[in-house]
Design a protein around this ligand. Structure first.
Ligand code: ZN
Length: 407
């Protein structure tokens, strides 16, 4: 059983001794990580360009695993770069390490239902019922701009149905809201995940008010966003966590929204790269710039449409283009659905698809409306990430540190 669990975690199992879980440290590059772990820098330099760019997607706080042998030497490392793909560092032969992107395997995706009555406010009540800040945040993000929660009364109903991925029996990644309903003064308000991954109210109007402008208006898209795909010729997993715009060197790059520059500097993969934080947990990234606009550095507030830099080919780039990335709560998302000129209303085929989704979701909400339903609560990662090797039950962090053989 124990061996099976190891196999599930690490695809190439050698002489496994134990697994160490760790969170990716703040401000640590892949190269610095290798150095700190006494691993050869050649691991990085032997990676191909695309994989080197993926290494820049590693974010502080990402949950990683290290497999160590009986002598405490690193056998394998798993580092997620998105919720779909991870970098797998492994020893090909003794002392000879390689990196390969591989898919993240989930135990399952659960469709969870939450149906409660308001006691204080939605965020507090959802957190209390589920134990999860993330579930609370997907609810408040969905309604934030369109509803006034101060009018809520005790006993008003709240229903939400969402998908949650599980890994090793624990929730993993952001849950995805399918439908949410909240009663305010005897009136029911709904929010549905539409056929295009945007949120719509019961009238089919898009209410997610975070709408980006194009960083280069009218530019041709030369490469689309893909979370993961298998390259049939290279026989490798690939991801492209952004959109590439083809444009001449020197073309102005515009901020996609109002926000504040959180970094503007050089990185090996993305070259001259600017990151801008916007409201609602969004960050945009503009890579391979020829140069930054003068004065547009860390800390500067920018307006939507303002020029921040110029198209170039710095970093791992085969020609002038802009790599544009969008992140929500640290997770790469497809910018295509968010770049809109005006607030969208669904039409034609998409509207018919939406009405079908709405019908099914309304039926589900109605079914759960009058029954209090709470998903199984879970313990936080830190408290239960170690399993006892014999019983396979979670150990507390303290017990694990006490030298119990943990997995
Ligand atoms: Zn790109």
């Amino acid at each position: 059983m124990r061996r099976l669990l190891f196999l599930a975690l690490f695809p190439l199992l050698l002489n496994a001794a134990y697994v160490e879980h760790f969170k990716w440290p703040k401000d640590e590059s892949f190269l610095v990580f290798l150095e700190r772990n006494n691993l050869p820098q050649s691991i990085y330099y032997d990676m191909d360009k695309e994989d080197q760019k993926l290494a820049e997607e590693i974010r502080a706080g990402f949950l990683c695993q290290k497999l160590l042998n009986d002598y405490g030497e690193i056998e394998q490392i798993l580092i997620p770069i998105s919720d779909e793909l991870q970098l797998h560092v492994f020893q090909k032969t003794q002392g000879n390490y390689r990196v390969e992107p591989i898919p993240i395997i989930y135990d399952e995706t659960r469709h969870e239902t939450l149906s409660i009555e308001i006691q204080s406010n939605p965020s507090i009540d959802i957190k209390k019922a589920t134990g999860s800040y993330r579930v609370a945040s997907i609810f408040s993000n969905a309604f934030k701009k369109s509803l006034d929660f101060t009018a809520l009364q005790k006993g008003d109903k709240l229903v939400m149905i969402y998908d949650q991925k599980y890994r090793f029996g624990k929730p993993y990644g952001m849950p995805i809201l399918q439908v949410a309903m909240i009663e305010i003064r005897n009136k029911y308000h709904y929010m549905y995940l539409g056929p295009d991954d945007n949120y719509y109210n019961e009238k089919g109007a898009q209410v997610d008010s975070f709408l980006l402008g194009s960083p280069i208006p009218n530019a041709r898209i030369s490469s689309k966003f893909t979370k993961r795909r298998f390259h049939p010729i290279l026989k490798r997993w690939r991801a492209h966590l952004g959109i590439d715009y083809a444009a001449r060197s020197g073309t102005p790059i515009r901020s996609a929204g109002n926000g504040r520059i959180i970094s503007a500097g050089y990185s090996r993969g993305y070259g001259n790269v600017t990151k801008i934080r916007h409201s609602g947990g969004y960050v945009t990234l503009y890579a391979h710039q020829k140069s930054f606009r003068r004065g547009f550095k860390r800390g500067k507030t920018v307006k939507k449409g303002q020029v921040i830099g110029y198209v170039g080919s710095t970093g791992m780039s085969s020609g002038p283009h802009l790599h544009f990335g969008l992140y929500k709560n640290g997770r790469a998302i497809n910018p295509a659905g968010v770049i809109k000129v005006t607030t969208a209303k669904l039409r034609g085929k998409k509207r018919r698809e939406f009405l079908q989704i709405k019908k099914e979701m309304d039926a589900l909400v109605a079914m759960h409306l009058n029954t209090i339903t709470v998903p199984e609560p879970f313990e936080d990662f830190d408290a239960a990430c170690y399993l006892d090797a014999k019983t396979l039950k979670p150990l507390t962090l303290a017990a694990a540190k006490d030298g119990n053989e943990a997995l």
